[in-house]
Design a protein around this ligand. Structure first.
Ligand code: SF4
Length: 307
């Protein structure tokens, strides 16, 4: 049962996948069918093995999220996590967040990235400090507020939500900054998806959605300008409305009719997609390219010279 839950977890339609769904509805339909236990075909992908596979960069990101949320004195959705974080700021031990979870598989996986425990601790503390400094002003933060639109439908957990529900911040740990400092498309869609989930759950549309990119080696950090949902930038509101439409489609039975695989060698390998091998099999290929720029050896029958 635990394995089944794990296998479903990786495919459960999530806000963090909405940017990919916007590009490929087939991926959304596959995730949804798998989460509902309705997928009868073999995709060649083993979600349980994938779930258990160590992914040091992603797992380091998980640790950095936890440390940053502790350092920001967040109120955690999980009371057990909040209880670990009730020391007054002056009593704050910067190594405490790491010490809380030494048994954690993410912690051990992340060690494979940094190699040295001391270096990992120093780096993660530095990144956590930088994250706290780059949060927008707020009276306080919730972390990991969770939403779902229903069983097997869209859900997600928000890294930072201000107490007044006006600001949402999604932290991305990465190895390189986004091009031209602009928020990545998939992340903008993800943030809008969070906004929609919050609006549905609490009746409050957040006003500002921030992406905070942090180098997991602690060398740089970038907070993008917010997506403004207060109407001050109409194009931002329009993006939000498009995402709302996409959510309606992804969560409706119509998705099955609109979902067409769109395998493309470049686009589908741009970001991890669990269905690559399956989609690839739908497209036949030839045996090899014939190079027509190499001309056959032809001799002039009179001069006996080649070309
Ligand atoms: S491999 Fe490409 S076409 Fe197939 S589901 Fe993933 S994104 Fe869509």
């Amino acid at each position: 049962m635990a394995d089944l839950e794990e296998s479903l977890e990786i495919h459960f339609p999530r806000s963090s996948s909405m940017g990919y769904y916007a590009r490929c509805l087939f991926r959304a339909a596959m995730d949804k069918a798998l989460a509902a236990g309705e997928l009868t075909i073999d995709t060649g992908f083993d979600p349980i093995a994938e779930r258990k596979r160590m992914n040091p960069p992603a797992d380091a990101g998980t640790c950095i999220h936890w440390i940053s949320q502790c350092k920001a004195r967040c109120s955690f959705a999980d009371p057990a996590d909040s209880a670990r974080n009730t020391l007054p700021p002056q009593a704050w031990d910067p190594a405490r967040a790491l010490a809380c979870k030494p048994e954690d598989k993410f912690y051990h996986s992340a060690l494979n990235l940094y190699k040295d425990g001391k270096r990992m601790e120093t780096t993660m503390n530095a990144v956590g400090d930088a994250v706290v400094q780059h949060l927008p002003p707020a009276s306080g933060w919730y972390s990991e507020l969770g939403y779902t639109m229903g069983p097997g439908l869209l859900g997600g957990h928000v890294d930072f939500t201000s107490f007044d529900l006006e600001d949402i911040v999604d932290l991305k740990t990465t190895g390189k900054p986004p091009k031209a400092g602009r928020i990545k498309y998939a992340h903008a869609v993800q943030l809008c998806s969070y906004a929609r989930l919050q609006h549905l759950a609490h009746g409050v549309l957040p006003k500002r959605l921030f992406a905070l990119y942090a180098d997991r080696n602690g060398e740089w950090i970038l907070r993008t300008n917010p997506i403004m949902l207060d109407g001050s930038i109409p194009e931002h509101l329009q993006l939000y409305q498009h995402v709302c439409g996409l959510i309606d489609l992804v969560t409706s039975p119509l998705l099955d009719y609109a979902a067409v695989p769109q395998y493309d060698e470049v686009r589908c390998s741009d970001d991890f997609c669990p269905y690559r091998a399956y989609c690839q099999r739908m497209l036949p290929h030839g045996k090899g390219v014939s190079d027509l720029t190499v001309l056959p050896e032809i001799q002039n029958p009179f001069t006996m010279k080649g070309l």
